[in-house]
Design a binder for this molecule. Structure first.
Ligand code: ADP
Ligand code: MG
Length: 385
């Protein structure tokens, strides 16, 4: 019951109270039902929000003018934008340049013909980096009318990177196999030619040709070192793993590396941390260091510094080679480690391919990062004891 009261005043009489009561049972029931259904609705909305924001896929919706109307947390995190920065902007604003035209076609087909489609696309993060995504798009239909589009997408950047890496490894193995079979065969006749050239270069009667002989010998040496690098690519090359401290190997070839740097008026500096011993093939690790440092030196102007660093991170031994060069061109970065890929006039394009196979034989991993300020090669070894 609901009761309301009022006091009636009269000069000659005592005050009187009038009470009105009515049955509000029905009203209360209706109110309770309303509250319950509101709560249920809120719970459902919260639940949907949680689902959309915690799922691993990116989710985005837009209206008929391609303006973003919703974007889930996962996408905001991946792109580095805030919700305010994305809402209201055209979805095309976040699509990578090369993909805008096909994306526009797909959006139009979705918005005007109600097409459901799935394809790949590239989206641009706030920091300029690009994410490859596989997406599914469908129209949003309200009262039989298309009012916008819904896109669900997953990040396939990593997947693509692994596919590329696999393709590179297959190529590396093929090259390695060819190398192993013909490398030695070519080297034998070359050694004979080299020997006779050396004898002839000492001959007084041929002294007028000394410069030519020197050049021929130099070129033969170059060819020889290409074959050496080539042989190092062999997949089943036997590694002589011994217990070594990486710092000891670095210290042993440091004078050689310093001399190499000094010749070109560049610097090399060593920051060797406290690291445990590893199972290493000393010759191969020397080769790895030589190749990485040489590339670093070649990438820099005079006065630049290459830093060789070792440290222990989460129980892994890190070998880091950093240079102050101009960075690795993006068309090379994608294919880095592919044999014969070089931007240098006299480059063989085998240095990094060899580094990759050496690191693989040591069960390690190479990571490369680069910018216009320089490049950084991080090799991560897992101690096996
Ligand atoms: N530290 C570096 N800085 C810039 N570019 C690099 C660096 N290391 C490698 N590169 C690029 O990768 C290519 C391949 O390197 P590599 O396999 O050692 O062959 P090469 O040195 O004979 O060209 C180089 O030609 C260069 O374009
Ligand atoms: Mg090189």
């Amino acid at each position: 019951m609901e009761t309301k009261g009022t006091v009636l005043r009269h000069e000659s009489q005592n005050d009187k109270i009038i009470l009105f009561s009515r049955d509000i049972h029905e009203k209360m029931l209706a109110k309770k039902e309303l509250q319950e259904s509101q709560q249920k609705y809120k719970y459902q909305v919260d639940y949907l929000n949680t689902l959309i924001n915690t799922m691993n896929e990116f989710c985005i919706t837009y209206d008929k003018k391609t303006r973003i109307t919703f974007v889930n947390k996962r996408l905001l995190e991946a792109l580095g934008y805030t919700e305010e920065e994305m809402l209201g902007k055209s979805v095309l604003h976040f699509v990578s340049k090369d993909y805008i035209e096909p994306a526009l076609n797909q959006i139009n087909n979705r918005l005007y013909f109600g097409e459901v489609s799935s394809h790949e696309n590239a989206i641009v993060c706030k920091d300029g980096s690009v994410l490859l995504v596989r997406l599914k798009g469908s129209p949003i239909i309200k009262n039989d009318e298309i009012v916008g589009g819904l896109v669900l997408a997953e990040d396939i950047t990593q997947e693509r990177r692994i596919e590329k890496e696999m393709a590179r490894l297959v190529q590396l193995n093929t090259v390695g196999e060819i190398a192993a079979s013909i490398g030695h065969e070519i080297r034998n006749p070359m050694t004979t030619v080299q020997g006779f050239l050396q004898i002839m270069s000492q001959n007084e009667k041929l002294s007028d040709f000394r410069d030519h002989f020197e050049l021929m010998l130099e070129e033969l040496n170059r060819a020889n070192s290409i074959i050496t690098e080539f042989l190092a690519l062999a997949k089943d090359k036997v590694v002589d793993l011994q217990c070594w401290n990486l710092n000891k190997i670095i210290a042993a070839i440091a004078p050689l590396l310093k001399a190499d740097a000094m010749k070109e008026d560049k610097n090399i500096c060593f920051e060797l941390g406290d690291i445990p011993d590893l199972l290493l093939d000393e010759k191969e690790i020397r080769q790895l260091l030589l190749n990485l440092v040489r590339n670093g030196l070649e990438a820099m102007q005079e006065g630049g510094t290459v830093t060789v660093r070792t440290c222990l991170e989460e129980e892994k031994v890190m070998l880091v080679v950093v240079d102050e060069g101009e960075g690795i061109p993006s068309e090379i970065l994608d294919k880095i480690g592919t044999p014969f890929l070089s931007t240098k006039e006299k480059g063989t394009g085998l240095g990094l391919a060899v580094c990759h196979s050496i690191v693989t034989r040591h069960n390690g991993v190479i990571n490369v990062s680069t910018s216009s300020q320089g490049s950084k090669f991080v090799i991560c070894f897992t101690p096996s004891f």
